[in-house]
Design a protein around this ligand. Structure first.
Ligand code: PEP
Ligand code: MN
Length: 356
């Protein structure tokens, strides 16, 4: 297990694992998953008992009685247990039942008032709390939520990356948006971070793929939805693994290290990195050259009182660049995102040129 978990009181493994159903549905369901997972290195059994559903009418969780079930699972199996909290009353109930771990869900991280009210009731309590990233790709809210909890005196704080909603994402339920956790690791290098491949994937078949990607990005562990009978799950049925599927996945994961490799590897990497450095330098020079042309265009437009934004031209440019990119093997989404960034900067520079 990553040394970021030192002092957390969890058994030392090379990977921190949380697994369990999306929702607690019955005591039998929880006991069945817990027994199937026992002895497989699961740090804590997860199960949601208050489910924040996007629209009313869906299964909203079993509520308080789920805490008694989790308590029973813990005393029967010795496994640690945890659940999602979204408001002070949830936290108080969890503390009363002695839950081992809490986590703040994506919808709650989005709201600083909610996070602060949770932090307020946790003041002076020593319990591990994980915070999922917000629904949208807003790293400030994620970091801010952890800061609020840290300011309340909590020491055992972790993060969970569950992807972000994106209208451009076609394959997965939530876009993996890896740049966000990568940036999180840079900003909060001492905070352990788990990947939740279940909510990113939305489909059980993609879960191992996303889990492996997260290992390659040096995540410290995983939170995975595991249900004894996924097809009949009351929430998130499509994305839950069976206990056997989960155990097989974990056994099959490669866990790469950040450093190491032989002399030959070091030499080869040095050559390749030099090439990357040169290509990046060329890219930046080309981008500046493009901006220079754009600034000249701004002056010409200013003289004739023509708008900075040229929607028809922008549409043509975008379609052309996406198709050129695709013929070179670059993904359409990547080129779209890149061109949007370039265009945004081009507009900013044109406006700066025009106004002064
Ligand atoms: C969950 O873990 O079941 C859940 C609701 O996830 P998220 O907050 O990431 O949507
Ligand atoms: Mn879920």
């Amino acid at each position: 297990m990553s040394d970021k978990f030192d002092g957390w009181g969890f058994e030392h493994r090379d990977l921190f694992l949380s697994a369990g159903p999306c929702s607690a549905e019955s005591e039998e369901q929880l006991l069945s998953v817990a027994r199937a997972l026992e002895g497989h290195g699961v740090g804590f059994l997860r199960a949601g008992i208050w489910k924040p559903r996007t629209r009313p009418g869906a299964f909203e969780g079993v509520g308080l009685r789920g805490l008694a079930w989790l308590d029973r699972v813990r005393s029967e199996t010795g496994m640690k247990v945890g659940t999602e909290v979204a408001e002070p009353a949830h936290v108080e109930a969890c503390l009363e039942f002695g839950m081992d771990v809490l986590w703040v869900g994506a919808r709650t991280t989005t709201n600083p008032f909610s996070v602060q009210s949770i932090a307020d009731v946790l003041k002076g309590v020593d319990i591990p709390v994980f915070v999922k990233n917000p629904m949208s790709e807003d790293i400030g809210l994620w970091v801010g939520a952890l800061e609020r909890l840290s300011n309340a005196g909590l020491k055992r704080l972790g993060a969970i990356h569950r992807g972000a909603s994106s209208p451009l994402e076609m394959r997965y339920r939530n876009a993996p948006a890896w740049r966000m956790p990568v940036e999180f690791m840079r900003l909060m290098p001492y905070v352990p971070i788990l990947c939740d491949p279940s909510h990113i994937s939305g489909k059980a078949e993609f879960v191992p793929l996303i889990a492996q990607e997260s290992m390659d990005l040096l995540f410290d562990g995983l939170m995975v939805e595991v249900h004894p009978d996924p097809l009949h799950a009351l929430s998130d049925a499509a994305q839950q693994l069976t206990p056997v599927g989960f155990i097989q996945m974990v056994e099959g994961l490669r866990k790469p290290k950040e450093q190491g490799g032989g002399v030959e590897y070091a030499q080869r990497m040095s050559v390749l990195r030099n090439t990357v450095d040169e290509v990046d330098a060329q890219l930046l020079e080309l981008l500046e050259k493009r901006m220079g042309v754009v600034r000249e265009m701004a002056l010409a437009k200013e003289k004739e009182n023509i708008s900075t934004l040229q929607p028809h031209r922008w549409q043509e440019v975008l379609l052309d660049r996406i198709s050129r990119g695709e013929s070179l093997g670059l993904s359409g989404n990547f080129v779209l995102g890149l061109m949007q960034l370039v265009h945004e900067e081009a507009i900013r520079q044109q406006e700066a040129e025009r106004c002064c």
